[in-house]
Structures are given as structure tokens and as C-alpha cells.
Design a protein around this ligand. Structure first.
Ligand code: DAT
Ligand code: MG
Length: 139
């Protein structure tokens, strides 16, 4: 285990539903330290760039439309083993399969509108944190 920083996003469905505060509470209750946080409305190029690894997938257009459909909250979260710990707290991709007690299980709707994003590896976490935060912005 090592101290890591991962990238979390509260997606437009969860912001729209008024769940931003509940989700941030769960994050801090779980012992993550917030190193950066910003409310923003992603442009299409930003959403396409962020999800570029998925550009050949059939759901890419839908994913980009959704991520641009309203404000999001992007956060850099620090903890021991943060990448895995945040994915465990989020639950699986499809909210319908996510257990109650996970963020996707409690606040998500389906596979697309699943409330939150989390990096899937320490390498991708570094890239994704840098996509949104300059080093000088990270506390
Ligand atoms: P995760 O967000 O759990 O890392 P992913 O990287 O496979 O999942 O996919 C990125 C996002 O794309 C996911 O959070 C929601 C959307 N997505 C994935 N699979 C989908 C599908 N079959 N239909 C619609 N949207 C999908
Ligand atoms: Mg992913």
C-alpha cells in the first residue's frame, strides 16, 4: 500500500439530484483527504478528451452527451491505496448491480447515469488528476 491520489467526479445526474453534499460526506467519512475540488460544466472537447480511451465504444456519444449535460464536481482524493478504495466506495459500473451502501448503489440509476467516476489504475489516476488540476493547485 502507498499514499495515492485518485480522480473522482460527481457526475451531472448526482449534482442535478442534489446529492453532491451526501457524496462528499461519504468521501470524507471514508478518510479521503481532498487535495483539489472544482465545480465545472464540461465542454464537449473536454468530455471527449477525458474519455478518449472509450471513443470506439458504441456508448461514447451517449457518454459525452451525458457528461456535458450539467455541472460536475471534480476532485483529487488522497488516501492509502486511494484508487482501489475509491472504486470500492463507488461500487460497480452498472448502478443496477451496485450493492446498497455503495455510492452507485444508493445514488446511481443505471449503467450510464451512475453518479460518480473513479480512476481505474494508479497510472490513469496520475493522468486524470493532471487533466483537471495543475500541480500548483493540488494541496
Ligand atoms: P467505470 O466508470 O466504472 O470505470 P468504464 O470505464 O467501463 O466504467 O466506462 C466509463 C463510463 O462509460 C461508465 O461510468 C458509464 C459509461 N458506460 C460504460 N459502459 C456503458 C454501457 N454499456 N452503456 C452506456 N454507458 C456505459
Ligand atoms: Mg473507467
Amino acid at each position: 500500500m502507498s499514499l495515492e491520489t485518485t480522480l473522482a467526479i460527481i457526475k451531472p445526474d448526482a449534482v442535478r439530484a442534489g446529492n453532491t453534499g451526501h457524496i462528499i460526506q461519504r468521501i470524507t467519512d471514508a478518510g479521503f483527504r481532498l487535495r483539489g475540488m472544482r465545480l465545472m460544466h464540461l465542454t464537449r472537447p473536454q468530455a471527449e478528451g477525458f474519455y478518449a480511451v472509450h471513443r470506439e465504444r458504441p456508448f461514447f456519444g451517449e457518454l459525452v452527451d451525458f457528461m456535458c449535460s450539467g455541472p460536475v464536481v471534480v476532485m483529487a482524493l488522497e488516501k492509502e491505496d486511494a484508487v482501489r478504495a475509491w472504486r470500492d466506495l463507488m461500487g460497480p459500473t452498472n448502478s443496477k448491480d451496485a450493492p446498497k451502501g455503495t455510492i452507485r448503489g444508493d445514488f446511481g440509476t443505471d449503467v450510464g447515469e451512475n453518479a460518480v467516476h473513479g480512476s481505474d489504475s494508479p497510472e490513469n489516476a496520475t493522468t486524470e488528476v493532471a487533466f483537471f488540476f495543475a500541480t500548483s493547485e493540488l494541496l
